[in-house]
Design a binder for this molecule. Structure first.
Ligand SMILES: [Zn+2]
Ligand SMILES: [Zn+2]
Length: 274
């Protein structure tokens, strides 16, 4: 079976809908991977709202939701994820960075609380379960599907995911900061020989020096890591909201001239790994 990847939100930091953000899209991080009947969701940024509508249309009532971390741009679409209000649905939310800090359920409850949100988490009538795993754990959402995890360099922590099925693999590696000239050995090992790597490409190498410590990386570092790790394709992801369509087109063109196996992820883009 193939791994069907669909991008529902490709931005970092904050949603940025505008007439200048139409081609690449303005929703924050959310990626769906479908393997047969199984639906895996990565992050719950504003993109998860449209994914929710699509799940209802497809009559999908069960999924696992893997969070890289719980910064706003990765969770604040969740209150608008309509399938979670359906009593017949079930969702399992997992995070790898909060075991020592009170757990992911507490963060989700706090997000949906007075006076900043009127509907509490308990209003979500689906069977909602939460799991805090130790990063490094391998998760098995179904027979024949493995989800590996690794720690990323990011303020408050973040987790990378590698989905493996039938000899194919897709890595979701956001939000992470590199050190110029020193490839992150953890990431390098984690993505080795993957068919597709979705990588934090918030900045360009030119912009990076002004953003040290912000927890993000560059498209050039993505290319360097993927080439060194024998990766087949690289998806630039977590685009800076200040990178409008014109800037993004320039970045994509420059990246592709450096390595033809790169593309910039866009809202609602589908990539099939088979
Ligand atoms: Zn982010
Ligand atoms: Zn973050």
């Amino acid at each position: 079976m193939a791994i069907d990847v669909k991008f529902w939100g490709v931005r970092g930091s904050i949603a940025c809908p505008s007439p200048d953000h139409v081609v690449y899209g303005g929703n924050t991080s959310c990626v769906e991977m479908r393997i047969g009947d199984h639906t895996l969701i990565f992050d719950a940024g504003t993109g998860i709202r449209n994914l929710g509508k699509d799940l209802i249309r497809r009559k999908v009532t069960e999924a696992s939701i893997y969070l890289t971390h719980t910064h706003w741009d990765h969770i604040n679409g969740f209150p608008f994820f309509v399938p979670a209000y359906n009593p017949a649905a079930r969702f399992h939310v997992l995070a790898g960075h909060l075991k020592e800090q009170g757990g992911v359920e507490r963060v989700f409850s706090a997000q949906m609380a007075d006076p900043t949100f009127p509907v509490p988490l308990s209003a979500m009538q689906s069977k909602l379960t939460f799991e805090d795993f130790t990063v490094g754990t391998v998760l098995y959402p179904a027979d024949g599907i493995a989800v590996r995890t690794a720690p990323l360099r990011h303020p408050n922590g973040a987790t990378a995911y590698r989905v493996e099925h039938g000899g194919k693999s897709v890595c979701y590696v956001t939000d992470t900061e590199h050190m110029p000239g020193q490839p992150d050995e953890v990431v390098l090992d984690f993505i080795r020989n993957a068919d597709l790597v979705i990588y934090d490409s918030t900045y360009t190498d030119d912009e990076f020096p002004a953003k040290v410590g912000w927890g993000h990386s560059t498209w050039q570092e993505g290319v360097r890591l993927c080439q060194a790790a024998n990766v087949k394709r690289l998806a630039l992801f977590h685009h800076d909201p200040d990178h409008n369509d014109a800037v993004m087109a320039g970045i994509e063109q420059q990246a592709r001239s450096q390595w033809s196996n790169v593309f910039a992820a866009r809202d609602e883009m589908v990539v099939v790994i088979e």
